[in-house]
Design a protein around this ligand. Structure first.
Ligand code: C2E
Ligand code: MG
Ligand code: MG
Length: 427
């Protein structure tokens, strides 16, 4: 094994006795300066909060000490640090991918077992969960690059919703580069207002015409390549950019509607996240915008998904009630994709439930699927909701879905999302 660089002026974490964050980055810097290879394993305790809640903070602290001790004794080739409350780091000399994997696997399998935590005369059996991120140090990486990589690895695992490990190889580097590129393009589009709005008309089965439309954001990068909202909207949510985007969207949609009072659509909907609907400033801001565009709130609809409502249920409910007073109504988007908590959903004032295309596609599969949609439609109608079926692409699907009793249909079969000029022409 190669040289180790710590010890020179090392500082320590008082709780575990491990070297601290400053020493970790100092040591990494030494490797970097000397252009000596090294590798790093991040052990991120992923459910410390739950442990603290269940057993108390003193047990949580003792667990961290026990884990620290175990890691410190794992292999003398590694230096161990605690760089944040639940973040432990191993720094080791150059090795092969196989050796690195062996080390990470050892840690992973230890965390498959319980920890016997002795605290204040009692022993607790605790299962601790971790995210493990492994990378070989790139000498070009700054401290921030390193943390970005670690955080990216953690998000990958968080999305899977379980503990596990990530090896920072070429594939994940490409994913991270791609995310960086998308976020740069999103930031550019925010600063230069280059997003465009498309509108997908929604067909009413009784009136046999288009009665409303959904606004859908569109982004082309500076080279003219299309980036799908399905890709950049979740990234924007994760990186605190969604609020700015939503205001651009709301403003564009309201200005468009204000400029075309002759437009033969009763309403146009915009997609917002629950987080925004729980924002206390939303009501005033929307009111100002509507006045500015000389537009009545009754032409505006807001679509939110269950997933984003759940985080802030009570706040969302309050804002929904107040916006209702201004004539604005709400659609529950993507129904059928989450695990629906029907009773809480029914306690929110939705006007329309949008059946997601994955649900609607059940009609293609079997008669049972068709029956399920019919029964759901019946249930919704009994609770005074109207239903929009999303993602209808063929005449056959349109025919069958109409027979299930849905009120409105949105799908490529009737109309694709269109730019403003084409929407005006179509109508
Ligand atoms: P969503 O709100 O459920 O929007 C419906 C999506 O289904 C749109 O995808 C639409 O183009 C697509 N779609 C409509 N009919 C069909 C069909 O017949 N077949 C198929 N295969 N797809 C159909 P899009 O525009 O790519 O948007 C994807 C998602 O991105 C949206 O799902 C929404 O969650 C989000 N999004 C789009 N625009 C915005 C926006 O302005 N703000 C926010 N916050 N999210 C947006
Ligand atoms: Mg929508
Ligand atoms: Mg939807």
């Amino acid at each position: 094994m190669g040289e180790q660089y710590s010890g020179i002026g090392a500082t320590y974490d008082s709780m575990t006795g491990l070297m601290d964050r400053m020493t970790f980055f100092g040591d990494v810097n030494e490797y970097r300066k000397r252009r000596v290879q090294c590798h790093i394993v991040l052990v991120q305790l992923s459910r410390l909060m739950q442990v603290n809640r269940k057993y108390g903070i003193t047990v949580g602290d003792q667990l961290i000490r026990d884990i620290s001790m175990w890691l410190a004794e794992l292999d003398e080739a590694y230096q161990v640090y605690r760089i944040a409350n639940s973040r432990l780091m191993l720094l080791g000399p150059a090795c092969s991918r196989q050796q690195a994997e062996a080390c990470v696997n050892r840690i992973h399998s230890r965390f498959g077992e319980n920890w016997q935590v002795a605290c204040e005369g009692q022993e607790h059996t605790v299962l601790a969960k971790t995210y493990l991120i492994h990378l070989f140090l790139d000498p070009e990486d700054t401290e921030n690059d390193l943390l970005d990589k670690m955080n990216f690895g953690i998000t990958v695992l968080e999305k899977k919703g379980r503990d596990g490990m990530v090896f920072f190889d070429e594939e994940i580097k490409r994913d991270m580069e791609h995310q960086k590129y998308v976020l740069e393009e999103v930031r550019y589009a925010i600063d230069h207002k280059t997003f465009r709005m498309y509108y997908q008309p929604i067909y009413d089965c009784k009136e046999e015409r288009f009665v409303s439309a959904e606004s859908l954001i569109r982004l082309w990068d500076r080279q003219g390549t299309f980036i799908s909202p399905g890709e950049f909207i979740p990234m924007a949510e994760e990186h605190g950019l969604i609020d700015q985007i939503s205001w651009i969207v709301l403003e564009k949609v309201c200005r468009f509607l204000g400029a075309h009072p002759e437009l033969e659509l009763q309403t146009v909907s915009v997609n917002l996240t629950g987080q925004q609907v729980s924002d206390v400033t939303l009501i005033d801001r929307i009111e100002t915008l509507l006045a500015d565009c000389q537009l009545s709130g009754s032409r505006l609809r807001i679509e939110i998904t269950e997933r984003t409502v759940a985080d802030d249920f009570e706040e969302v409910k309050k804002t929904m009630m107040r916006l209702q007073e201004k004539g604005i109504r709400f659609y529950l988007d993507d129904f059928g994709t989450g695990y629906s908590n029907l009773s809480s959903m029914f306690s929110l004032p939705f006007e329309v439930i949008k059946f997601d295309q994955s649900l609607v596609r059940m009609i293609d599969v079997s008669r049972n699927g068709r029956r399920t949609i019919s029964l759901l439609a019946q249930l919704m109608h009994e609770n005074d909701y109207r239903i929009v079926a999303e993602g209808i692409e063929t005449a056959q699907q349109a025919q069958t879905v109409r027979e299930t009793g849905v009120d409105r249909i949105q799908g490529f079969y009737y109309a694709k999302p269109l730019p403003e000029e084409e929407l005006l022409q179509l109508l």
